[in-house]
Design a protein around this ligand. Structure first.
Ligand SMILES: Nc1ncnc2c1ncn2[C@@H]1O[C@H](COP(=O)(O)OP(=O)(O)OP(=O)(O)O)[C@@H](O)[C@H]1O
Ligand SMILES: [Mg+2]
Length: 351
């Protein structure tokens, strides 16, 4: 990972030792996040989150703005900045260890060795004073890449796949590129050095729907070709539906539901997931079918200290929801944190 003070390429990547032959699925690391709590000024933005990224899978994290998605993603690199702090839990990455315990040089190396990251607002994270090509070479040198020509070739190829003129983009400064072009540059920088674990935070927010669909297709292709483990974060459930094998739904810093994407979308268990799916505008059909979820998500200051974080907006609210935080429990193919789902399951068992 390179983080330079004078305007930054915020991208972290693996050295190119595996670039020639491509990567095999075995090299994709598994990631186990357990009991992770992250606070800003002692207020939890991510609370007691456990999530496993299976080697070679694409996992999508979805939730409204402020639900803690970026904070969770930054924890994977132990890159939460003050006043943020990882207050509890662990992030075990195969081949690396628990990155939460890493510091200084160990952390820098770990990031550089394994994780490719597109930061949210990637379009603003380029150095305005240098061309994209110059920043690419800086990135290569900081990871001891010997074959810089090969690196440039790879960058052009990735840009071309995303519908851009690679040579022109590499010759451009940030201000000469549109938001969507910068976003694709961010994706290129995260992929170009062949990281095994790739984290994409809102990779397609600035893009129109057709370009977005094209980029997601490329993300999927590169993921499969290189045998990556990929995490895609988005507030747009349509994006994860396109790309992810597994889906994790966040609300108020909690993971409320996770499971195979197909199952979660076809038959959501948590009332919040149901609300998110209902709110998807459809291209075909009655526009009135898309219904926005009533109410607003909580802020760090208003998130309830006890009981279910979603209860204020929940149609299935019961007394217990006001006092007891529901635990994440396995229900069939999902893990769900909801008293109503637990209750329904219990009723079914005794029927
Ligand atoms: N540096 C910070 N200082 C204080 N609070 C912060 C900071 N960064 C994030 N937060 C708060 O933490 C909560 C989670 O933020 P986060 O950026 O992780 O959410 P998100 O799900 O990524 O949202 P978005 O969809 O808008 O990107 C929010 O309430 C946010 O206001
Ligand atoms: Mg975010």
């Amino acid at each position: 990972m390179t983080e330079r003070s004078e305007g930054t390429i915020k991208s972290s990547t693996l050295g190119r030792e595996n670039a020639e032959g491509g990567l095999t699925a075995q090299q994709a690391p598994g990631v186990r996040i357990s009991g992770l709590t992250v606070t800003y000024n002692d207020l939890p933005a991510v609370r007691d989150v456990s999530l496993t990224l299976e080697p070679g899978s694409i996992t999508g994290i979805v939730g409204e703005s402020g639900s803690g998605k970026s904070t969770l993603a930054l924890s994977l690199l132990n890159a939460v900045q003050p006043p943020g702090k990882i207050a509890a839990g662990s992030v075990e990455i195969d081949g690396l260890g628990n990155v939460v315990e890493f510091q200084g040089e160990q952390l820098r190396k770990a990031r550089g060795a394994k994780i490719g990251y597109v930061f949210q607002a990637a379009q603003n994270s380029l150095n305005p004073l240098k061309t994209v090509g110059k920043q690419l070479l800086d990135l290569g040198r900081s990871h001891s890449v010997e074959d810089l020509r090969g690196l440039v070739r790879e960058a052009k190829e990735l840009l071309a796949r995303m519908g851009l003129d690679g040579a022109r983009v590499l010759d451009s400064h940030q201000h000469e590129l549109s938001g969507g072009m910068r976003q694709r540059v961010g994706i290129m920088l995260a992929l170009v050095l062949n990281a095994h674990l790739v984290v994409l935070d809102e990779p397609t927010t600035a893009l129109d729907m057709i370009t977005q669909a094209n980029i997601l297709k490329i993300v999927r292709e590169v993921h499969a070709e290189r045998g990556l483990t990929t995490l895609v974060i988005t507030h747009d459930i349509g994006v994860v539906a396109e790309v992810a094998d597994r889906l994790a739904v966040m609300y108020g810093g909690r993971l409320v539901e996770q499971g195979p994407t197909r199952d979660v979308l076809a038959k959501p268990s948590h009332p919040y997931t149901t609300g998110l799916i209902r709110a998807i505008p459809r291209l075909v059909g009655d526009l009135d079918e898309a219904r926005a979820l009533p109410g607003r998500p909580p802020t760090l200051a208003t998130v309830p200290k006890q009981g279910c974080v979603f209860r204020e907006r929940c149609a299935l609210r019961m007394d217990v929801c006001d006092t007891v935080d529901p635990e994440a429990v396995a229900h069939g193919s999902r893990i769900v944190a909801c008293h109503a789902v637990d209750w329904a399951a219990t009723m079914k068992e005794h029927a």
